[in-house]
Design a binder for this molecule. Structure first.
Ligand SMILES: *Cc1c(COP(=O)(O)O)cnc(C)c1O
Length: 457
């Protein structure tokens, strides 16, 4: 192999004199074009160092034009999720039901009665509708919604426990991910963490013997993104509630996902439900709106009237206030639960409930469509995951399309699919790229297939 030849590469100044780049100079910032030219030359140097031939200057000029054009496109855009991970945090967690997404768009582009009482013509509360819906759905006396569950937990602990002690099982002093660590959140709230029990076993008696005059609350944290197996024990929410009520302290429950429907009805483990925590007697229960609830990013606190009033009054409540677009999406999503249409209409539940035969049929249609265009693939048995720190290790049997890795390596196909418009994200398993129909929205089949065709050609 001959030594890499960098000398044929033009300089940035020379690249700027080529006609396509010259044409750009009229409409674009000079600095943006110079940046693009530098990046294109650096890329070419890398390719040459790896053994590629030196590209002609006209081709480099064209790449500069493409780079500058790409910068004008929105960075944040729709992606087709073919990973089979239903609540994919990197891909935006829960997609909204189409009718709910319309409510979000309306609330964003028009004025609304966000904090305006149309009856009296006076100032109203943005919490009116969600408070009523959450009361109906969970049986709680009161509710407050904020920007996300991390905010809900921080606010709850700040309002109810600052300056006092909070008792937590050692097995639940965990990190949820994205920098949310229970001991750090507690410290930030101004409360003092008292750990009891051991990593694998904590009994209600461990909590009982740690309660003292400084104790404000017991905190249960649902270990949502990992599972310990074997010789384990944790106190039930019922036992903790009985203890808290007996000793006159508060019980706070961070459920994480918080499923309003029973996941056990779909062959999954039972994910704790907010209504169960309320029935057990918790004073404040916190959960996310964009995990198994299937709504927009938001945090929900339901519980007793006295505790919720203190939480709503705390200055942090204003700092973690929910925005109007998320609020519109949350109200619309909750309404599907009260109307009994959640499983039919909320995408997360449609995906969980999707019959295997329906998934297989879609995968077979994909296989046939690609085969007619000369692309070989196979329908294989695989597993879809819930994701998003919900039901760790729990999967649903699925059928996925496996693209033949003998033609093009899976990692290369995966990269090409990510660069399509819209980008497609799959998952690599045993050297094959898998595309799982379960998480591909019903109107995305054609876009996905066109993208696969382009990526494989
Ligand atoms: C996901 C999760 C959080 C954080 O919720 P966000 O809505 O992502 O802010 C907090 N606690 C638990 C147990 C979680 O699973």
């Amino acid at each position: 192999m001959s030594a890499p030849n960098f000398r044929a590469l033009p300089s940035v100044d020379r690249l700027l004199t080529l006609p396509p780049v010259q044409n750009l100079l009229a409409g674009e910032s000079h600095a943006a074009i110079v940046d693009a030219a530098r990046a294109v030359i650096a890329e070419a140097r890398q390719a040459i160092a790896a053994g590629a031939p030196s590209p002609p200057p006209e081709q480099l000029a064209q790449r500069v034009v493409e780079r500058v054009a790409a910068r004008r496109e929105p960075h944040l855009r729709p992606v087709i999720n073919a990973t089979g991970v239903i609540i994919h945090t990197n891909l935006g967690r829960a997609p909204l039901a189409p009718d709910v997404a319309r409510l979000v768009a309306e609330s964003a582009k028009r004025y609304s009665n966000l904090e305006f009482d149309l009856e009296s013509g006076e100032r109203g509360s943005r919490q009116v509708a969600t408070r009523r819906l959450l009361g109906d759905l969970t049986g709680a006396e009161d509710a407050l919604v904020v920007n996300n569950n991390a905010g809900a937990v921080l606010l709850t602990l700040s309002a109810l426990c600052a300056g006092r002690e909070v008792i937590v099982s050692r097995g639940q002093a965990v990190e949820i991910g994205g920098g949310f660590r229970v001991p750090d959140v507690l410290r930030q709230s101004g409360a003092r963490l008292v750990e009891v029990g051991t990593t694998n076993r904590t009994y209600v008696a461990d909590y009982a013997s740690a309660i003292g005059p400084e104790t404000a609350a017991l905190l249960r944290v649902h270990p949502s993104n990992f599972r310990i197996q074997g010789f384990t024990h944790s106190a039930s929410i019922g036992e903790l509630a009985a203890l808290a009520h007996d000793r006159g302290i508060v019980l706070v429950d961070d459920l994480g996902s918080g499923a309003l429907l029973d996941t056990a009805a779909y062959g999954l483990a039972h994910e704790p439900m907010p209504q169960e925590s309320i029935t057990a007697g918790c004073h404040a229960v916190c959960f996310s709106a964009d995990k198994l609830l299937g709504g927009p990013q938001a945090g929900i606190i339901v519980g007793r009237q006295a505790q919720l009033a203190a939480i709503a009054r705390h200055p942090l409540a204003r700092a973690v206030r929910i925005d109007k677009a998320s609020l519109a999406g949350l109200e619309g999503t909750l309404r599907h639960y009260t109307l009994g249409s959640a499983v039919e209409r909320i995408p997360v539940w449609q995906m969980i409930a999707m019959p295997l035969a329906r998934i297989e049929e879609r995968a077979r249609n994909w296989e046939r469509w690609l085969a007619e265009r000369g692309i070989a693939s196979a329908v294989v048995a695989a597993e879809s995951a819930i994701g998003g720190g919900s039901l760790p290790g729990e999967t649903l049997p699925t059928r996925a399309l496996a693209l033949d890795p003998r033609r093009v390596p899976a990692s290369l196909i995966a990269h090409r699919l990510r660069r399509q418009s819209p980008p497609v994200v799959g998952r690599i398993e045993r050297d094959a790229l898998l595309l799982d129909p379960r998480t591909v929205l019903p109107d995305e089949d054609e876009l996905l297939l066109e993208a696969v065709l382009r990526a494989c050609s």
